[in-house]
Ligand binder design. Structure first.
Ligand code: NAD
Ligand code: TYD
Length: 356
């Protein structure tokens, strides 16, 4: 079958990237996918278990900052579409060690933009109409008070090294559109949840700790608000922007689903209690909640106005939070080995075993 698109997906072994690669391979038999991933601590080949390399899929273990390799892949594969997920993504890590965020999120994005520019704009490009989709976050807009929503015209006001590095990469991507005419699109999405999320992020961390009767750390007063979106809704939105979006445009993506952290944590505990019964202690799992010192510079509230993508592209979330969180808990319950291999570190030996 002829490939209608050859997609370079970066960070396809991470949480959202792996869900995206799975969705593409399942729903779009006419697309070829090249997954470039450095396999940092956040990259896990297990996330793509069952996916074989072949005509439709190729895996390349590489750093997006390695311009030689990236340029080679562009020319070898005649890449026409980039969906750029690879990033350092955890705010807490960006506070204790910002250097990797500057390197991957800024220099890595620059390296990809340059490779795309050289391939699509300076040569004699003969492939399909190209598209570079830069996947970003709503955290670039800063923090909201009690009211209001982030729209595409909200000025950037990043507060953490993570969000500042993402804002910087958004500006670079946008500059490549305005300066060179590179066909760039940007999406800014709210907090995702679902299968394959690394258990340092709130929802899988609470799942893992509550299964092991460990304390459940809630930062500050627990009243910080996030707008949660089921990961497959995000993946579908990205595909819709690739297929129907306009070059040079940014699209906000959100779940229209604001929750305080404490509500989310309590709900996860209650769902597990309901499914498994009370733990040995006889106490409901929510009794493990412990309020701990607040995160430095902790953004109070994020909330998205996603009317542009709804009106212009026709996307809106399908999964309600009550359904999505139940599905997510079910997935983690059925995949406890996946969690345990991360917690004990053995997931990182898997690459050696598979590729030696
Ligand atoms: P993740 O941390 O789970 O995965 C990141 C992936 O990128 C990993 O597989 C890692 O190995 C890879 N990677 C990191 N540095 C690399 C490098 N230098 N070269 C090649 N690969 C590298 O992240 P995620 O949660 O899946 O997020 C993916 C993207 O979506 C990020 O750009 C993030 O900013 C954005 N985003 C995430 C959320 C969210 O809630 N998780 C929300 C909005 C936007
Ligand atoms: P997180 O999953 O790290 O995503 P982000 O910082 O990108 O929003 O955190 C979600 C919210 O949960 C955030 O307000 C910080 C809070 N949080 C806790 O209260 N305890 C925790 O152990 C973690 C990891 C996060």
């Amino acid at each position: 079958m002829k490939n209608l698109r050859t997609l370079l997906v970066t960070g396809g072994c991470g949480f959202i990237g792996a869900n995206f690669v799975r969705l593409l391979l399942k729903q779009y038999p006419e697309y070829r996918v090249i997954n470039i991933d450095k396999l940092t601590y956040a990259g896990n080949l297990r996330n793509l278990d069952g996916i074989e390399e072949g005509e439709r899929y190729r895996f390349v273990k590489a750093d997006i900052c390695d311009s030689e390799t990236i340029e080679r892949i562009f020319s070898e594969e005649l890449v026409d579409t980039v969906v750029h997920f690879a990033a350092e993504s955890h705010v807490d890590r960006s506070i204790t060690g910002p250097a990797a965020f500057i390197q991957t999120n800024i220099i890595g994005t620059f390296t990809l933009l340059e490779a795309a520019r050289k391939s699509w704009l300076t040569g004699d490009w003969k492939g399909a109409e190209p598209c570079f989709l830069h996947v970003s976050t709503d955290e670039v807009y800063g923090s909201l008070g009690e009211t209001g929503l982030f729209s595409e015209t909200t000025p950037f006001d990043p507060r953490s090294p993570y969000s500042a590095s993402k804002a910087s990469s958004d500006h670079l991507a946008s500059a490549y559109f305005h300066t060179y005419g590179l066909p760039v699109r940007i999406t800014n999405c709210s907090n995702n949840y679902g299968p394959y999320q690394f258990p340092e992020k709130l929802i899988p961390l609470i799942f893992n700790n509550s299964m092991k009767a460990k304390s459940l750390p809630v930062y500050g007063d627990g009243k910080n608000v996030r707008d949660w979106l089921f990961v497959l809704d995000h993946c579908e939105a990205i595909l819709e922007v690739v297929r129907k979006g306009k070059n040079g445009e940014c699209y906000n993506i959100g779940g229209n689903n604001e929750k305080q952290n404490i509500e989310v944590v309590t709900l996860i505990c209650d769902i597990i209690d309901k499914k498994l019964g009370l733990p040995e202690s006889g106490e409901p799992r929510r009794s493990l909640i412990t309020f701990v010192k607040d995160r430095l510079g902790h953004d109070r509230r994020y909330a998205i106005d996603a009317s542009k993508i709804k009106n212009q592209i026709g996307w809106q979330p399908k999964v309600q939070f009550a359904e999505g969180i139940e599905k997510t808990v079910d997935w983690y319950l059925a995949n406890q080995q996946w969690v345990n291999e991360i917690v004990d570190g053995s997931y990182q030996d898997y690459y050696q075993k598979m590729y030696q």
